[in-house]
Ligand binder design. Structure first.
Ligand SMILES: C[S@@+](CC[C@H](N)C(=O)[O-])C[C@H]1O[C@@H](n2cnc3c(N)ncnc32)[C@H](O)[C@@H]1O
Length: 230
């Protein structure tokens, strides 16, 4: 099981560097949300950490956005999930029966939480999606949910796209979603990376990264994207 380490638990356990920067008093007056057993920490601000494991996010991400993102996407080959964080999407993919699942997460503590939870069921890697530690044409699907806006520069985001294309086999699919920015979204990212992707010019960026059959569908507060590796 996965446990989200909140400030209270962190006070009595080892305190990861990211959170000790964020929690000035280090005492942990609040508690984290539990989504299972094990431990997860994100390189994102405290509000974010709590939200990413909340029931509200589960309902939004797993209940609404993920089915929309995966509409008509076949998950029968090896699947790579980039930026899994605490693993709500990972959990959903396992439940969907994805048998060959790899995750790539830049935060070692978050990856460690997934490793504890899944053992050998999911191949959990620590690394940067802008420089992936995988061979060319290794995956049938790359899934990228709520991750790109955490990548600090447009250049690095574009490298995430070209790397996704590189590790996909021909006709493999990159699918994902991200949030559209707003005042509330900006406030939510105080002390956090906030580099939102503009859905308007995202098709050109996907095409420039070597994808075809690109589609980007914006709705109110989010967008989904889909692109096929050439
Ligand atoms: C907001 S969480 C999203 C978690 C999950 N995908 C979801 O939608 O609920 C974004 C995650 O992306 C990870 N991340 C950010 N930049 C990354 C990079 N360059 N490579 C891999 N993971 C990255 C962060 O550490 C964080 O765990």
């Amino acid at each position: 099981m996965i446990t989200w380490i909140g400030t209270k638990e962190l006070a009595c356990a080892e305190r990861p560097s990211v959170l000790s920067r964020i929690l000035p008093d280090g005492t942990g007056n609040s508690c984290g949300s539990r989504v299972g057993g094990g431990r997860i920490v994100l390189g994102v601000n405290w509000l974010h950490q709590r939200y990413c494991v909340s029931e509200k996010w589960r309902e939004e991400m797993v209940g609404q956005t993920l089915p929309w993102v995966l509409e008509d996407v076949e998950l029968d080959g090896p699947v790579l999930e980039i930026g899994p964080g605490p693993g709500l999407v990972t959990e959903a993919l396992v439940r969907l029966g994805v048998a060959d699942l790899t995750t790539l997460e830049i935060e070692p503590e978050a990856a460690e939480g997934l490793r504890r939870r899944y053992g050998t069921q999911v191949r959990v890697e620590v690394g940067d999606a802008a420089a992936m530690p995988f061979s060319n044409a290794s995956f049938g699907t790359v899934l990228c949910c709520t991750m790109l806006h955490h990548v600090p520069t447009r250049e690095a985001q574009d490298r995430v796209l070209t790397e996704s294309r590189r590790v996909l086999w021909p006709d493999g699919v990159l699918a994902g979603s991200d949030s559209r920015t707003s005042l509330g979204f900006r406030m939510f990212h105080v002390f956090d990376v906030h580099n939102p992707v503009d859905p308007q010019n995202f098709p050109e960026r996907l095409t420039a990264a070597g994808f075809s059959d690109v589609s980007v569908d914006p709705v109110e507060d989010r967008f989904r994207f889909r692109a096929v590796a050439l």
